[in-house]
Design a protein around this ligand. Sequence first.
Ligand SMILES: Nc1ncnc2c1ncn2[C@@H]1O[C@H](COP(=O)(O)OP(=O)(O)O)[C@@H](O)[C@H]1O
Ligand SMILES: [Mg+2]
Length: 372
Amino acid sequence: MTGREPIANAAPAGGPSAVVPDAGPARAAAPRSGHQLPDVLDRRFVVVSGKGGVGKSTLAAAIGWAAASCGRRTCIVQLNTRDAMGPIFLGRDAVGYEPVRLDPRLPLWSVDLRPEPALREYGLMKLRFAALHKLVFENEVMRRLLRMVPGMTETLLLGKAWFMEAAEQDASGRRRWDVLVVDAPSTGHGISLLRLPETLLKVISVGPMADDARQMQALLVDPTRTALHIATLPAELPVNEALDLAGEAIGSIGLPSGWMIANQVLPGLADGADCEALVAAVATSDDALLRHSLDNAQAMLRWREQQQTQLRRLRQASPLPVVEVPHQLGPIHVAAVRALAEQLCEAPSAQLAGGALARGVVGVSAPAASSP
Ligand SMILES: Nc1ncnc2c1ncn2[C@@H]1O[C@H](COP(=O)(O)OP(=O)(O)O)[C@@H](O)[C@H]1O
Ligand SMILES: [Mg+2]
């Protein structure tokens, strides 16, 4: 999984696109853009976490789009949440427990994992007989257990995501997925989710559940398969929270680090020279529209300056390379997701060259070196 194919539906015959997880619509050629998938986005288990509302789902969609565009059979994994991928890609809630194809041109699917079907699947796998499963798992006691035991729901969801990575196969016995992009819950929940296998192993150290937890843990800390990307906004509180998350996830849990993605960075729509020209024009005119334009330009400039201050702080303190993606002015549908994907794929050469990479803080293509 270190391929560097350009972003496009470039999978060769017999390559990743030849076998798809389920019968989707005929595959038309995907839009070509000539970008490449950076190594750090090209892992089997790509986790996107961060504070609520900073753009985790949007960035998970962009990373998924980028991977699928390079021919990777990709599934964006949502965890028991309101479906975000259906509205972005299909204009409606559409994703449930079974994979739903998000774009007929790309090998891109999404699931929204739910604890009850995950428990059913896990139970059937372990017990093999549906009747026995019904007896053991499908009863009120089990349902109450699921609701009451702390971490039980999350364990099932993470377990299913791990199973998708480790064992799901298509009818011909091939691995079903090349890349899973996990749209993780917001910071606090995300951290306890990613700590789960470790926590479980402290409680149960032998038996089939412990074996599974051990394999889950092995996946989470494996820099050849996993990368954690942290989404944030260029504003004070999200930056603080992102830095805390980076310290905990990478420092204390030992997750392989990906990028710190600063989302919704304002483009330089107005600069100081524009404002000076407007100030001069307003001084000799009583045109209300001109004054209004000046107010808008100054407000935009101040907002962008505040963002830039936070970005500087983020770049100085982040143990992960900081990658910026722009605030999209239109609605977040496929075109916007594609634009963000392209921005992310250009990141290593353009943005990181002058940032963390150049300072030798972290190597984008050498993630092992960046994990403790
Ligand atoms: N780069 C962006 N430009 C403009 N709007 C964005 C961008 N990223 C996210 N948004 C919007 O911000 C809101 C929160 O994004 P979302 O991905 O749902 O965040 P999260 O999953 O972290 O809660 C949504 O309305 C989304 O459309
Ligand atoms: Mg979300």
